[in-house]
Write a protein that binds this ligand. Structure first.
Ligand SMILES: NC(=O)c1ccc[n+]([C@@H]2O[C@H](COP(=O)([O-])OP(=O)(O)OC[C@H]3O[C@@H](n4cnc5c(N)ncnc54)[C@H](OP(=O)(O)O)[C@@H]3O)[C@@H](O)[C@H]2O)c1
Length: 312
């Protein structure tokens, strides 16, 4: 039986990987909380791998945060993510893990990359400056996996998911992503019988959203069916479908059952008009997402209602 180590299993991505691993019948799933194993500590990481000897490693542990945290704690974001990656990837190699999957994100791509963003756009022009340290760490992780593959013939896969949402999301009113923040806002407006909900900007920008459990399915699909050499240096994971913030707001209003009006505050900035991944490489390998956005939002809303702990 394949022994699987999921690093970062309490995070949104890691917990989705654990759920999907169980659904797919894997029973030997190794997890350690941050308190039990600090991935910044190379000796402890090495000891863990020496004792547990996982066959497959999913690296979903990272220091993550919103724009403010990324821009303020620039050194911490660069240093901690580099250390976590180096410790886990080096120990996986030293203790003969047969496969590893490294989680990156779409912020590794240049700020002005043509849309939809292709894997080949990596390192073609400058990055968004606010989260540059995080992106540089992630790019180093991709390059480290690639370098191990070419020098030592390892099987390390790097995946770049689009915007994720789902069970265990971050609903913080300022630090979260747009989808969970709107979900929270509409829910509170419903409870308070507010007449209106204000959405910042014109609602015209378009974004792509992928349910975290679907993303986890894609990760297992790749690990089970492909070798790193079939995949290339990195692979995008997304739906390939975008929705305007306006339509997203109306969809969330419907799922939540809010009956008031939506007001768009056009004095607020819109941001980039379109952010979307080119997922044709993944589709050619035979994978497509399962849940529609509405189904995914319903699952997420159920989780939000039933787990008061996730509401900060
Ligand atoms: N969420 C998204 O929309 C998204 C999109 C694309 C890619 N990704 C990628 O997916 C990965 C995971 O993201 P996520 O959203 O699941 O983040 P998350 O919810 O913050 O989870 C990260 C996990 O890593 C753990 N961790 C952090 N530092 C650690 C350390 N030094 N030792 C041990 N554990 C540590 C955290 O534990 P503690 O909380 O206890 O510190 C947490 O459980 C990241 O690489 C991210 O770039 C996420």
């Amino acid at each position: 039986m394949t022994r699987i180590y999921i690093a970062g299993h309490r995070g949104m991505v890691g917990s989705a990987l654990v759920r999907v691993a169980k659904q797919r019948g894997y029973s030997e799933i190794l997890t350690r909380t941050h308190q039990e194993l600090d991935l910044l500590n190379s000796q402890e990481v090495d000891k863990f791998f020496a004792v547990e000897k996982p066959d497959w490693v999913f690296l979903a542990a990272a220091k993550v945060g919103g724009i403010y945290a990324n821009d303020t704690y620039r050194a911490d974001f660069l240093l901690e993510n580099l250390k976590i990656q180096i410790n886990v990837i080096e120990s996986a190699y030293k203790h003969n893990a047969s496969k590893l999957l490294f989680l990156g994100s779409s912020c590794i791509y240049p700020k002005n990359a043509p849309q939809p963003i292709k894997e080949t756009d990596l390192l073609t022009s400058e990055l968004e400056s606010t989260n540059e340290p995080y992106a540089i760490a992630k790019i180093a992780g991709i390059k480290l996996c690639g370098a191990f593959n070419s020098q030592y013939g390892t099987n390390y896969i790097s995946v770049m998911p689009s915007n994720l949402y789902g069970i265990g999301d971050n609903y913080h009113p300022e630090n979260g992503h747009v989808l969970p923040m709107l979900l929270r806002r509409f829910h509170e407006a419903k409870l308070n019988n507010d007449q209106t909900v204000t959405v910042w900007g014109t609602g015209k920008p378009k974004r792509e959203f992928l349910f975290a459990d679907d993303m986890a399915e894609a990760c297992f699909y790749l690990m089970e069916n492909y070798q790193a050499a079939d995949i290339g240096e990195l692979i995008n994971i997304g739906t390939g479908e975008e929705i305007s913030i306006r339509d997203l707001a109306y969809l969330i209003k419907k799922v939540v059952g809010y009956e008031g009006e939506i007001v768009f505050d056009t004095t607020k900035k819109d941001g980039t008009m379109l952010k979307k991944m080119d997922v044709s490489r993944l589709e050619k390998l035979g994978w497509k997402y399962k849940l529609t956005l509405e189904e995914g939002i319903r699952e997420t809303y159920n989780d939000f209602i039933n787990n008061p702990d996730v509401r900060l």
